[in-house]
Write a protein of this length. Structure first.
Length: 118
């Protein structure tokens, strides 16, 4: 089964770190990804830029609406992800617990499935 670990962080957390601290945390995340790959579990991963460079797009009655970031109402943002091939929900949750980001933010575990599935 395919699972996604979503790194959910406060939107301004990154700006509060020194360059050295940010590099150290990023390097820890890269090593975690390397370990997942070594174990044959990693399908993909990525770090997302700040919500300040994001846009939200919606369409209503044929009219496209674009809202550029940053989003003042945002209490959290997705900072990155790991896409994994895991045998079970329990395995995916255990891997989320191994993720270094679980120390400074939340790691949300989601199974990929068709949108019509419950």
């Amino acid at each position: 089964m395919t699972w996604m670990l979503l790194i959910v962080e406060p939107p301004d957390q990154r700006q509060s770190r020194s360059e050295a601290e940010a590099r150290d945390l990023y390097d820890r995340m890269l090593r975690f990804g390397d370990e997942l790959e070594r174990r044959g579990l990693l399908l993909g991963s990525g770090s997302l830029a700040s919500h300040q460079q994001a846009a939200r797009v919606s369409r209503n009655d044929g009219q496209v609406r674009v809202m550029d970031g940053p989003f003042a109402e945002a209490k959290e943002m997705i900072g990155g992800y790991y896409l994994l091939d895991c045998a079970s929900h329990g395995e995916a949750v255990a891997l989320a617990g191994e993720c270094p980001a679980a120390e400074w933010c939340t790691v949300e575990v989601r199974r990929l499935a068709p949108c019509h599935e419950g």
